[in-house]
Design a protein. Structure first.
Length: 415
């Protein structure tokens, strides 16, 4: 790893990542790899992949936790707060504004044309990430097999995400680490320090909920406890938990309707930040139905708090042990194989995203998502090809590519 970046540099780079992190975890991981490993060499390839494997083991949004970990690795707790905070805060502001417009006018503002160009660029970002990461991660035949197994299993729904990751870890532990793996130099971590970190963040996480309970704000307490539970069980990121969340908020609590949840997902897909920001939009809608605008604001804030505060707890408590894990051959082998499985996860998410971009009708079947051929959309396909040419062949800078694609799709919509 190179010398530690200054705090202003850290704020500038993670702010850029937060503003450009469209397209869900697949694109976001690729963006972070590009910014932190390739362009600035702030992290070594091995450090980044080890961190990614570690974050995939944790509940919650893996891309946000990766941003938090990399920030912590570079500048300690302050760096972790900068990395994790700037990863979701820009998107949270946009979601809050769009939720306000949605509640005021009863429909999502017609910015879909510009967002279509952004979505097409996301396809190019994901392809770029898969190509670059596969060349570094898939260094042996067994890793190719594990990556393919993870993709097929998750796409077809044959096994849940935690089972796939666990099986990959077991295979990696039995196979051992690659012989060319550098030995990490672990630092001893005092158990007392870890317990103090856990206690501190538990207090930070639960204190607002306790205050609401003392104020007898029953709706907000129920909402906060639900999303806190969601933060603990969301292994596999937003896609893995989406079905459970929809069932709970639509059928069990009846906070929102199914069409509203689809709108929430669409907004989260086309705004920067983690896809799990769909919970914030849901909180805003639930609060508005329960008590109007003021309650909607508070409900959205509490949803954000209970979704993302636990991420800082997991990272700050577990990050000091990552170097130790990487120093153990069998644990390193497990993490390496989990990295291979992660590529299968990214490929699964990227195919899901691409199909929903290119086809108007995508059916859920026993073997995964399958598009209706007649619903193929030529304009999104053309935009995706244009984005790939600009980003992968001509190598136009990412920010300029996003802007040009948004303008191009907007102009096409006017024709």
């Amino acid at each position: 790893m190179s010398q530690h970046p200054s705090l202003p540099d850290l704020i500038r780079v993670f702010g850029r990542i937060g503003l450009l992190s469209f397209g869900g975890p697949a694109a976001q991981i690729g963006l972070m790899h590009r910014e932190l490993v390739e362009e600035r060499s702030w992290l070594k390839e091995k450090e980044f992949l080890g961190a990614l494997s570690f974050c995939m083991l944790l509940p919650g949004p893996e891309a946000m936790q990766l941003a938090t970990y990399t920030g912590w690795k570079l500048r300690g707790t302050v760096g972790g707060l900068i990395g994790g905070g700037l990863f979701f805060i820009p998107g949270a502001f946009i979601i809050a504004a769009l939720a306000a417009l949605y509640l005021s006018y009863g429909d999502v503002p017609l910015v879909a044309a510009a967002f279509l160009g952004v979505q097409a660029t996301v396809v190019a970002i994901i392809i770029q990430a898969l190509v670059r990461l596969s060349g570094k991660v898939l260094s042996a035949r067994l890793k190719w097999i594990v990556a393919a197994f993870a993709f097929v299993t998750l796409y077809s729904g044959l096994a849940p995400f935690p089972a796939v990751i666990l099986l990959a870890g077991i295979v990696g532990a039995l196979a051992g680490a690659d012989t060319d793996t550098e030995a990490a130099v672990p630092q001893k971590v005092a158990l007392r320090s870890t317990l103090r970190t856990v206690a501190t963040w538990l207090v930070i996480w639960l204190s607002p909920i306790a205050v609401l309970w003392l104020l007898d704000a029953q709706f907000l307490v129920t909402l906060s406890l639900f999303f806190s539970k969601l933060a603990v069980v969301t292994f596999g990121g937003a896609y893995a938990v989406l079905a459970y969340m929809v069932q709970a908020v639509v059928s069990d609590y009846q906070w929102v309707s199914t069409p509203q949840m689809m709108d929430a997902l669409g907004l989260a897909e086309t705004t920067p930040g983690p896809l799990i920001l769909v919970t914030q939009f849901t909180g805003h809608l639930a609060g508005y139905q329960a008590g109007g605008v003021s309650l909607a604001v508070v409900a959205g804030l509490m949803t954000l708090w209970c979704t993302f505060t636990p991420c800082f707890l997991w990272i700050f408590a577990g990050a000091p042990y990552v170097d130790y894990l990487l120093s153990q051959p069998r644990l390193t082998g497990a993490l390496q194989m989990i990295s291979a499985a992660v590529l299968g996860v990214i490929a699964n998410l990227s195919l899901w995203f691409t199909l929903h971009l290119l086809f108007a009708d995508v059916q859920s079947t026993a073997w995964g998502a399958w598009p209706t051929p007649e619903s193929f959309q030529i304009i999104p396909a053309g935009l995706a090809i244009l984005a790939c040419v600009m980003l992968l062949w001509i190598r136009v800078p990412l920010l300029l590519t996003l802007a040009l694609m948004a303008v191009a799709s907007s102009l096409i919509s006017l024709v």
